[in-house]
Design a binder for this molecule. Sequence first.
Ligand code: FAD
Length: 384
Amino acid sequence: MKDTTKRSYDVIVVGTGPAGAILGYELARKGVDVLILEKERLPRHKPCAGGITVKTAKLLDFDIRPVARDVVHGAKAVYKGNRAFSRSYTKPLVYMVMRDEFDYLLAQRAREAGAVLIDDEKVCEIDATAPGVNIVTTHNAFTARILAGADGARSTVAFNLGLMQGINFGIGLEAEISVSSQRLVQWERLMGLSLGHIRGGYGWVFPKKDHLSVGVGGPLRQAKRLKSGYRALLKSYDLESHSVIRLKSHYLPVRRKGMAIQSKQCLLLGDAAGLVDPLTGEGIYNAIRSAQIAAPIISQCLQTDNVDLRAYEGAVDREIMPELKVARGLARLFTWLPWLYFGAIEKSDRLWRACCRVLRGEETYATIKQKLEPFDGLFDLLSI
Ligand SMILES: Cc1cc2nc3c(=O)[nH]c(=O)nc-3n(C[C@H](O)[C@H](O)[C@H](O)COP(=O)(O)OP(=O)(O)OC[C@H]3O[C@@H](n4cnc5c(N)ncnc54)[C@H](O)[C@@H]3O)c2cc1C
């Protein structure tokens, strides 16, 4: 049993979403003395569609299938409620999870690896002016040599350090929908993707075995249209008469290269660092990637007793941002021409298979962009 009365750690991680849990897991496995602080009582609810792409699952060295409620192999796509097509793929594309169950699995892995985790402990104040970091929480005070902010889209750590100001946000609205077992059977192994209701955004229906997760997302400037878009989405899939449970919205933060994600002895990961894909709204992949990039750098800083986290920001800029830059170009094109995407995937089996390979991590936006030569320069312009 770990000592939870200890108040001083090498590393304190704020937040036990995918970024924080995986950073705790990776650091603990390296023998680092790490504490994770979580403001909610675990397991906690998180407004999210709960789609874990196969490429995300491949990042982990443990099996997430015990918490997968379904495994999607295809899509039913709808455009403005009147054009529709269905497509399937031979291999799994996306695992469907409930975030309370998925995040709790990751938190448990971190604990088993040796991280100390205290929930119901909100970080309120941070003072990083000393050689270490002083942290005041709802019930205690802690000190750390390094502080990692994995505390999501409205990061207290980023706010306290004056980082991520002026970041762009997307927004998503999500609810669980209870439907009959006959309707559920029709959604097995299939996700719904709906285009054309929200400019620059889309809607989804994700099967969760005993219910459906249904939501819409798009740029923040479309926030006022989310509810009408949500109603249109329900109508498109003939789900209007079903009961909607827990309709909630949440931000999707999108960083631009050059925005600082570290300062002194502190760094930001996942949503706190704005690493959401601006095209799809997928954020769990980069939450985990950023944790895996940060862990060896943090560990080395501790070993050499030289805390300089600029290497982390440089690695994120090299390893994550190029793909997000192409995604931004694709998102711009999608905002203007959603029918083009819909029509292209409807007609081209090659393009559908390329999209499936992206979900599986066998191809990237960047490799697809290269194949679009001589038009790839257009994406460079759109990605600015
Ligand atoms: C509607 C919607 C649908 C989405 N669907 C998908 C999807 O299907 N697939 C996908 O990959 N991504 C999806 N995303 C994005 C995804 O939810 C995030 O990118 C992901 O959760 C980021 O993980 P994280 O660990 O960085 O942050 P989070 O998962 O947000 O975790 C942050 C944690 O920090 C805790 N915390 C916050 N403040 C404090 C504090 N002061 N002290 C202590 N703890 C604190 C929070 O309670 C939380 O547990 C969706 C987002 C939205 C809004």
